[in-house]
Design a protein around this ligand. Structure first.
Ligand SMILES: [Zn+2]
Length: 216
């Protein structure tokens, strides 16, 4: 994609404003909440009816939403929110994100957008059809090194949040270490979810890990 194409693409991308920092962000990158029966609900697919309240997928903005924004929204009875932003993140936001993460992988598998196993991932990488690599967190060091290097060369993200047993079980299969997304809308929906979980769980970014390796 040229810079011009990228710019046009960005202009077409729906934007939303964060309830807390008032910053604009891509709709796909923000979390959407709606009020259902007087309770703030995390709208995983951003499709629930009613007015949506968008918040950056950052601890800071969620905490602020919890302390102010959501209370304003629920002015009549904010008690359903509970008193602890940390508990809200742990019991509402993170489980929702993990559920969405699983759903996207499963629909990617069903629609052949998700590739499983090193052979099909490497083949897609050769033909430039690959959108990102996913590695199980318990992949061997040599596998991690190899795929991070491949990803770096191709300018593709190399992500992964769970171990090989988790990825295998998702598809009713034995352990899976290497997976990948074909370029496309599911891959684009998946990346912000993966990044949000990583951020909220306080995991390190993949590029940090890569640069650590470079130094060592
Ligand atoms: Zn924000």
């Amino acid at each position: 994609m040229t810079i011009e194409q990228k710019k046009r693409e960005d202009e077409k991308t729906p934007q939303r404003r964060c309830l807390c920092c008032r910053g604009n962000g891509k709709k796909v990158d923000l979390l959407r909440f709606v009020v259902v029966d007087g309770v703030i609900c995390f709208d995983l697919r951003k499709k629930l009816p009613g007015r949506g309240y968008y918040v950056c997928a950052q601890r800071h903005c969620i905490e602020k939403a919890f302390a102010n924004g959501f209370k304003r929204v629920l002015k009549r009875d904010p008690s359903s929110l509970g008193s602890d932003a940390e508990a809200f993140i742990a019991s509402v936001v993170l489980p929702g994100l993990r559920k969405r993460y699983t759903e996207l992988l499963q629909s990617g598998y069903a629609s052949h957008q998700l590739l499983i196993g090193s052979d099909s991932v490497e083949e897609a990488a050769k033909s430039d059809a690959l959108g990102c690599y996913i590695l199980a967190t318990d992949a061997s060091e040599s596998t991690k090194k190899k795929y991070r290097l491949n990803a770096q060369r191709k300018g593709l993200p190399c992500v992964g949040l769970f171990d090989r047993a988790f990825y295998g079980q998702l598809f009713g299969k034995s352990d899976k270490v290497v997976l990948g997304w074909l370029r496309g809308s599911l891959c684009e929906s998946f990346m912000p979810i993966e990044a949000a979980i990583r951020r909220l769980e306080g995991m390190r970014e993949d590029n940090e890990m890569a640069s650590d390796e470079g130094e060592g």
